[in-house]
Design a protein around this ligand. Structure first.
Ligand SMILES: N[C@@H](CCC(=O)N[C@@H](CS)C(=O)NCC(=O)O)C(=O)O
Length: 379
């Protein structure tokens, strides 16, 4: 009887222990979970109200902030092309110019009030994405088309579209080809690592046209292959075709076909997960769009400081603290306009009527003039 009672007691104790240890949330589970999530929050979200963070976590948070890193380094690192007139191109003295270069300068103007504080990394189409992923550059301002795949699978976020484009074809006049239908059976030169190959495949297949691709890693190789007659047509963004044509021995011997076969919204990319940096990059560009809408230019922005217009005064940082909301000084937008100009200015001098490319504003006109350029409200 006593033995049976002892066995029963031991059995009850073992059962209770099993129930306790095998329950879904074992001891220490809650503490471990809380600890893990709070340390992630404190590392990636360095706000004044974040949960008590350790010194180490705070240091990591500061290092993770691209804006803090750029300020501490003293210059901005922009990824640009290896040479595409109108977008990013260096002259003999190594001076960069182009609409992408000015987009990069706008960010440096907003941060430092100084557009010399920039290092440019010339990147091929293939190299550009790893350069951004690895941290070699802070921002990619390199005629890069915003697509769902690039947005979701590369670890990037696209900020603003700085040029709305579409893909076209360049052919020799003597070929007698005057439209894309005339390309049936053609050999087409293009650059690898670009959106162009898939667009060509889609376009030709849906029209039951045959074609052959000749692809190169570098732009100069692609262009010389076209010039040497290794292909019947060169394809890329229409803006690129205007630029490439100028590099040929006799530009007037080549025509751009009328069809655009795709949408190529060229946008500025940053690494995903740094919202503050994304904001700085996006609003630096919007400042140029808003300036154009306000009629502010690099030449008149100083006079505008005496304007009674409340929205212009806020834009210039006279009666606002938008700069500190972005982690910048309150004259950030003034510096963008003063040192770089408004969007119309950068368009015309780089790719528009004041440039050799002579591209009309088209889709890149202000929304009030039938285009797609729409500055988000700075208020
Ligand atoms: N927008 C397209 C094409 C971009 C692209 O790389 N285009 C070539 C041909 S215009 C280029 O910029 N080459 C200049 C270079 O590689 O430096 C994309 O994002 O894939």
């Amino acid at each position: 009887m006593r033995n049976r009672f002892t066995v029963l007691i031991i059995g009850i104790l073992i059962g209770a222990a099993l129930i306790y240890f095998l329950r879904p949330n074992p001891p220490g589970w809650e503490a471990a979970q809380t600890g893990a999530s709070s340390s992630i929050v404190s590392v990636t979200t360095p706000t004044a109200t974040a949960p008590a963070a350790t010194g180490a976590a705070t240091a990591t948070a500061a290092a993770d902030s691209t804006l803090a890193a750029v300020k501490a380094r003293g210059y901005l690192k922009c990824g640009v092309s290896q040479g595409l007139p109108g977008f990013s191109n260096a002259d003999d003295k190594g001076q960069w110019a182009g609409i992408d270069v000015d987009t990069c300068r706008a960010i440096a103007a907003a941060i430092f009030g100084d557009i010399s504080k920039i290092r440019y990394s010339p990147l091929s189409a293939k190299e550009r994405f790893t350069a951004l992923q690895s941290g070699e550059i802070d921002v990619l301002t390199r005629n890069t088309t915003l697509t769902l795949t690039r947005d979701t699978s590369l670890g990037f976020d696209f900020t603003a579209v700085n040029y709305f484009d579409g893909q076209g074809f360049l052919v020799k006049k003597e070929s007698g080809i005057t439209d894309a239908a005339g390309l049936n059976g053609a050999t087409i030169c293009l650059q690898t690592g670009t959106t162009t190959e898939l667009n060509v495949a889609d376009y030709f297949r849906t029209r039951n046209m045959t074609y052959q691709i000749v692809a190169f890693d570098r732009n100069d190789e692609t262009l010389s292959a076209y010039e040497q007659g290794r292909c019947d047509a060169l394809t890329t963004d229409a803006s690129g075709l205007y630029a490439e044509r100028l590099e040929l021995k006799d530009p007037s011997a080549h025509i751009i076909l009328p069809e655009l076969i795709s949408k190529e919204p060229l946008a500025v990319a940053v690494r995903q997960g740094d919202d503050q940096w994304e904001d700085v990059v996006r609003w630096s560009f919007y400042a140029m769009l808003d300036a154009e809408e306000f009629g502010l230019t690099s030449a008149n922005v100083d006079d505008a400081k005496s304007t009674p217009s409340p929205e212009v005064r806020r834009f210039l940082g006279l009666d606002s603290n938008f700069g500190s909301m972005l982690g910048l000084s309150n004259d950030w937008a003034y510096n963008v306009v003063k040192l770089v100009g408004n969007y119309g200015e950068i368009f015309e001098r780089n790719v528009g009527k004041e440039s050799q490319l002579g591209i009309p504003r088209g889709l890149n006109a202000q929304w009030k003039r039938g285009g797609l350029m729409y500055g988000m409200p700075i208020r």
